[in-house]
Design a protein around this ligand. Structure first.
Ligand SMILES: [Zn+2]
Length: 647
């Protein structure tokens, strides 16, 4: 980080309205930033031939645009539905303007005329110019007018469809109502939180804190089946048509831009490079994991037959439950015992302590009066490095009505040296009491994105600020950080039960062995999702349910669930489009990155700090493959991942 420009005057955090008028604030903030972006774009178009002058104005425009785009956060988390709707409208306006810019020939000409003489630019400046010109070409600025008009229409339509797809999932919480005895197998605190209503029935929703324990511990197979069906029908049938329209928009867009398919267009700016490489990667992983997955599913089936001697397959809604039983009975790991070591507050503090020590960061709590956030449950912290404030984070970690249903990091502010302090938000849906170990791992994962966002927010260029690397690399730092949530010495620093006893090292060793047990089925299941994401975009199909089922049969060891329409609830089909392979691709890179660490001492500062400075803090300043090679001292490879799978 030493090479980053530094100033002594640190920018202040964003001034949020707290208990004030959010509706007005969100509008004014977003519209103000959009006006600033327009002003700076005007300066870019004013016709200077001085590259540093043009790029400086463009950097301010991109900064303002990023600030305006961050309004999307409020659509996902604000407790007031009016603010969420307004944020959706504003997001549409911002995206419309972004599309307009991409097709603006005068703006393009202002950059194109610079490419002959870049002598006044340093390496970063030249990279900004190269990437900007590439973006213009990818948005179709050099096409004829009729084509540009059509691209503009498609883009606006795509934005609306994306929003519809997400909203339909977010707003559709389903539930089942069952007799209390059908909660057999679930832990006491879960049963306490799910008391029978006046009709004597218990409601279980598809929100994660309800769903995940039920599918893990609930011994009533038919109840698990009902709940899984409810979950797999979220946003069905409405999202089926929305998705078909969205796929058509993407296909036509790629065609107009001269690509053979949407995946070819999409992967051009990714590590993986081509659509065909995605198809090959899915098959390569599927093949590598096939045998192992078959062995694991045989173990699950054998265990299931003790309950149901006539069983001839393991259903998707059995997978978690029997995996848990096998872990308990064959690996001596009882998830209900494990979770007693993970009370939420303790885990949150433990995570801060662990990442603080690892990356040399200090987390200072900010009082709700100072942070002035959107909800009383949000915990805010200032991030310090070597005594200097380098960012602020907000942790919004519990479910509530109308809130985003999954786990993700959102940008609030992109960091720009001397201009604005990076701020990021973790949006998750964890229980307020005891956490499953899975949830602890998810928290470490998401926190990896947050740390990346803040550390990479100390430079000059908006373009490279935060998690600004190729999209199929972005999961790697997070997946690597998950390793710390599996290490006995690390867990011993915060995992303690109500009696104050630290989680035993033997239990963690058992958890790790048990976790290895599921990795074959995990890999093939992931490939069945990745195949949906890729093939839905690569080749049109009238019946996405039937085609999804076919891909499930081809890749997964669990048969498709009759009556399920999981593609309607599969939010990543929007956000990742054809790129869901990203998770496994990033895991390959994550295992390679992790090979540089000493597993006997995960806190060893030298390697952790080298990783912080050479990979995380670089943001988008280099190609991911080059950043990884710089850290590892060699190009990335599949070897560590293959060894892990075979382990
Ligand atoms: Zn992630």
């Amino acid at each position: 980080m030493a090479s980053e420009p530094r100033t002594d005057i640190q920018p202040a955090p964003l001034d949020l309205p707290g208990t004030g008028d959010w509706l007005a604030w969100v509008s004014e903030h977003c519209e103000g930033q959009l006006a600033e972006a327009r002003r700076q774009v005007g300066l870019v178009k004013a016709g200077s031939s001085d590259a540093p002058v043009v790029l400086a104005a463009w950097n301010k425009a991109e900064t303002a645009l990023a600030n305006a785009e961050a309004v999307a956060l409020w659509a996902e988390v604000h407790p007031d539905a009016g603010v969420r709707d307004r944020a959706d409208d504003l997001s549409q306006q911002v995206q419309k303007y972004v599309t307009e810019l991409g097709l603006d020939r005068d703006l393009y000409a202002a950059f194109d005329s610079l490419s002959g003489d870049t002598t006044g630019l340093d390496d970063d400046g030249r990279r900004v110019l190269e990437h900007t010109l590439r973006d213009f070409r990818r948005s179709g600025v050099d096409r004829d007018e009729a084509t540009r008009d059509r691209l503009r229409e498609l883009s606006e339509r795509g934005v609306r469809l994306s929003q519809d797809f997400g909203r339909n999932i977010r707003d559709d919480v389903r539930s089942i109502r069952i007799a209390p005895e059908r909660l057999a197998g679930l832990p006491d605190d879960y049963r306490d939180a799910h008391r029978p209503d006046d009709d004597g029935l218990v409601t279980i929703t598809t929100d994660y804190p309800d769903l995940v324990p039920f599918l893990t511990f609930g011994s009533d197979a038919e109840a698990r089946h009902e709940l899984a069906l409810a979950q797999n029908n979220v946003a069905w049938p409405v999202n089926d048509g929305v998705l078909q329209d969205l796929l058509a928009v993407r296909r036509e867009t790629a065609g107009l831009l001269g690509y053979d398919s949407w995946p070819d267009y999409d992967t051009e700016v990714k590590m993986i490079g081509t659509g065909q490489a995605v198809a090959d990667f899915i098959d390569r992983v599927g093949e590598a994991a096939k045998e192992r997955a078959a062995e694991e599913v045989a173990v699950l089936l054998e265990r299931k037959r003790r309950d149901d001697p006539s069983a001839d397959s393991v259903a998707t809604y059995d997978a978690r439950y029997y995996s848990e039983l096998v872990r308990r009975e064959q690996y001596d790991v009882d998830g209900q015992v494990v979770r007693t070591y993970f009370p939420f507050e303790q885990v949150r503090q433990g995570l801060l302590d662990v990442t603080g020590r690892l990356f040399g960061l200090e987390w200072t709590p900010v009082s709700p009066q100072d942070a002035r956030t959107w909800h009383e449950e949000v915990a805010s912290y200032d991030v310090g490095l070597e005594g200097r404030r380098i960012g602020r984070i907000h942790l919004d970690l519990h479910p509530r009505e109308g809130k985003y249903k999954h786990a993700a990091q959102f940008d609030l502010v992109k960091g720009i040296a001397g201009a604005q302090l990076p701020e990021g938000v973790l949006v998750c849906n964890f229980s307020r009491g005891l956490m499953e170990h899975d949830e602890v791992v998810t928290l470490f994962h998401e926190f990896g994105h947050l740390v990346h966002h803040v550390l990479a927010g100390q430079g000059e260029w908006a373009r490279f600020s935060g998690v600004a690397t190729e999209w199929d690399f972005v999961e790697a730092p997070s997946q690597m950080l998950e390793e710390w949530a599996w290490d006995a010495d690390v867990l011993a620093t915060f995992a303690r039960n109500g009696a104050g006893e630290t989680i035993p090292a033997e239990l963690v060793a058992g958890m790790r062995r048990a976790d290895h047990f599921g990795k074959g089925t995990y890999a093939v299941q992931q490939m069945s999702y990745a195949a949906r994401s890729y093939w839905f975009h690569a080749v049109p199909h009238d019946d996405l349910t039937a085609y999804g089922d076919e891909l499930q049969r081809r890749y997964s060891v669990f048969p498709p669930l009759d009556g399920a329409h999981m593609h309607c609830a599969f939010g990543h089909l929007d956000g990742y489009s054809s790129g869901y392979y990203t998770y496994m691709w990033s895991l390959v890179i994550a295992k390679d990155l992790f090979s540089a660490f000493d597993t006997d001492d995960l806190f060893a500062p030298e390697v952790a700090h080298a990783y912080r400075d050479k990979v995380l803090a670089m943001g988008g300043r280099g190609d991911a493959a080059d950043l990884v090679a710089d850290f590892l001292g060699r190009p990335y490879s599949f070897d560590s991942w293959a060894a892990w799978l075979a382990e």
